[in-house]
Ligand binder design. Structure first.
Ligand code: TRP
Length: 371
């Protein structure tokens, strides 16, 4: 069995630099390394609806945003199957069969579900004026996510740390399925985390732990150069670094965290030849005598260098939106074929492909034949 890569995103907003360094950049590298049998990247609209049931329009609008973000980052539909979750009905059947193998208690222990419940004000104990009830679909989305991963027998799921409990739960489901039905139809996936620590959780421009739309601290891949520049200029740095001469702190300084995440070896030669590398720049900042604005201007140059090719590709795809939907349609058809095959194998293992089961039909016929 070869290597199959799968990952996806909920279409609840445009993708930002946190998505880029945490996942997108890595996906494009994986795609171009070519060290896999097949690679899938998908838009998880069914999962997005688990906490947006009353706002399908939001999901509908963001599908194209996410697709444009994917393509503009360099995902190539000739190498990667891009698809939309809701277009693969087989996933729902798999989810149903999996849900019989998972207990309510196990779902309640999933740390990602727990923290997302708090974030959304979902409460499993009861509902009143202040507490929203917990939608069943939201509560069980880790099971549906296991189907997303299993339909193509993914071996490798590039994702952020927050997805670790999901992958663990998926592995349990795979073991339980294969064990219960005495087969080896499904494959246990492993997560592929970003290696650079700054990339695992890129802070928002305000220095908060995470980029998040509701905090308004995101730089989006689709931001104009002017918007990006403005956001970097107002970025959180070291509040103790008041005058240029003062020594500055690099740890917890968002500008330096971003440089850790984005800087490449030749950026200094290109944009700031006074320094040989990031360590030298940090040393100077720590000693004092280096102003925030100079560092921010360097970061702006670095980001523009990374974002310019992304902007150019986005602009090109934006000129032919119907073609983007066509890419998603073709990808969804291809993914569906794979899902149908796996579902068939699952049903074979469960022995519920009754009409293909000549032995079953013969056995029953014999049982009921009058003597
Ligand atoms: N849970 C992921 C997110 O919140 C999206 C997702 C759904 C996913 N199914 C997946 C990611 C399967 C990786 C594999 O972004």
């Amino acid at each position: 069995m070869g290597r199959v890569i799968l990952t996806g995103d909920r279409p609840t907003g445009k993708l930002h630099l946190g998505h880029y360094v945490g996942s997108l950049r890595n996906r494009v590298l994986l795609q171009n390394e070519g060290n896999y049998d097949r690679m899938f990247v998908f838009i998880a609209d069914v999962q997005a609806l688990t906490d947006n049931a009353d706002n399908p329009e939001k999901v509908r609008q963001n599908i194209i945003e996410v697709a444009l973000d994917y393509l503009s980052c360099g995902l190539d539909p000739n190498k990667v199957t891009l698809f939309i979750q809701s277009q693969i009905p087989e996933l729902h059947e798999m989810t149903q069969f999996f849900s019989n193998l998972v207990t309510v208690q196990r779902l309640q222990r999933n740390p990602t579900v727990k923290s997302e419940m708090v974030l959304r004000g979902f409460n499993s104990e009861g509902e009143d004026d202040n507490r929203r009830g917990l939608p069943v679909g939201f509560f069980t989305y880790p099971i549906s996510q296991a189907a997303d991963i299993c339909f193509c027998k993914a071996t490798t799921v590039p994702a952020g740390e927050d997805q670790e409990p999901m992958i663990e739960q998926c592995r349990e489901i795979v073991r339980s399925f294969n064990g219960t039905y005495k087969c080896d139809v499904l494959v246990e996936p492993s997560i592929l985390l970003p290696t650079n620590l700054a990339c695992r959780r890129l802070p928002g421009t305000d220095g908060q732990a995470k980029m998040s739309k509701s905090l308004g601290n995101c730089i989006y891949l689709s931001d104009t150069p002017k918007d990006m520049e403005q956001k970097v200029k107002s970025m959180f740095t070291d509040p103790g670094h008041l005058r240029v001469e003062d020594p500055g702190k690099v740890e917890g300084n968002t500008v330096f965290t971003y440089l850790d995440a984005f800087c490449e070896a030749d950026d200094f030669a290109k944009f700031w030849p006074e320094y040989a590398n990031l360590d030298e720049l940090k040393d100077h900042y720590r000693r004092g005598g280096l102003g925030d604005m100079k560092c921010k201007k360097f970061l702006i140059n670095v980001l523009n260098d990374r974002l310019d090719p992304i902007r150019a590709r986005r602009h090109a795809y934006e000129q032919d939106i119907p073609a983007v939907y066509e890419i998603l349609k073709k990808g969804s058809e291809a993914a569906r074929e794979v899902a149908a095959q796996t579902l068939h194998e699952m049903k074979d293992a469960m022995k519920i492909n009754y009409f293909d089961d000549a032995a079953l039909i013969a056995e029953q016929a014999k049982k009921y034949q009058s003597a």
